[in-house]
Design a protein. Structure first.
Length: 227
């Protein structure tokens, strides 16, 4: 009944909501703000996290790997990123594979902060409740800011709202670590307690066109019968 092609439909930054057009694993589509304003520059930071903290790849509009990860890659491409090139330029130093108990995945990359200093930037994706709990900051329109109780509550309410609409909801985040102190062999999960929450993404598996037609036909038949 479904396409088995997970598709990102909703995106939330701390104070902005967006819808996403397009279907399946085709990268044609747009990220549209619900308030009519252009997306903030900080949106790119959320999309970079989606591109790098995933293992799936796209081949001729087909996903190789996890379908949900493929939805994030497509979303990043719709936002203007070249995911393959971004991954080539920013290889992983280490990773924390997804774990059902931890409920998140993390990847670590050499990076430079806004002042040009070398750091290790970690990108994380996973269950919203887990990442919201681990977050001390969030990515706003003017950059990184301390997460307020109101912002935290907004993320929690959006998570509940999207889940109530049948969306699969993922959160993406990041955290910077001192490059000189980074040890890829250490317990990396223990370091991830000051996350910068970037975004929430609502993902669906759209019904096949013939399924939509069948549903519509059934509704028409019922209406005719009731008349």
């Amino acid at each position: 009944m479904t396409l088995n092609q997970m598709t990102a439909r909703d995106l939330m930054l701390v104070d902005r909501r967006f819808t996403v057009s397009g279907h399946g694993y085709a990268t044609t589509g747009r990220i549209l703000s619900t308030d009519g304003r252009p997306p903030p520059d900080s949106l790119d930071q959320a999309l970079i996290a989606m591109a790098l903290c995933t293992d799936a790849v796209l081949r001729a509009e087909q996903a190789v790997g996890d379908p949900t990860e493929a939805a994030l890659i497509v979303l990043a491409e719709k936002g203007g990123l070249d995911v393959e090139e971004l991954r080539r330029r920013n290889p992983r130093l280490a990773e924390v594979p997804f774990d059902a108990e931890l409920k998140f995945m993390a990847t670590f990359h050499r990076w430079r902060d806004d002042d040009g200093r070398p750091i290790v930037r970690c990108f994380v994706k996973g269950a919203p409740d887990v990442l919201i709990t681990r977050a001390t900051h969030c990515l706003g329109p003017d950059g990184v800011a301390e997460i307020t109780p109101e912002a935290r509550r907004g993320y929690e309410e959006t998570n509940a709202e999207l889940a109530g609409q049948g969306r699969r909801v993922l959160a993406v985040a990041r955290q910077d670590l001192p490059a000189a102190e980074f040890d890829a062999g250490a317990d990396l999960t223990g370091l991830l307690d000051r996350l910068v929450l970037n975004a929430l993404v609502g993902i669906v598996d759209p019904p096949r066109p013939e399924a939509r037609q069948a549903i519509g036909g059934s509704a028409t038949t019922r209406a005719s019968g009731s008349a």
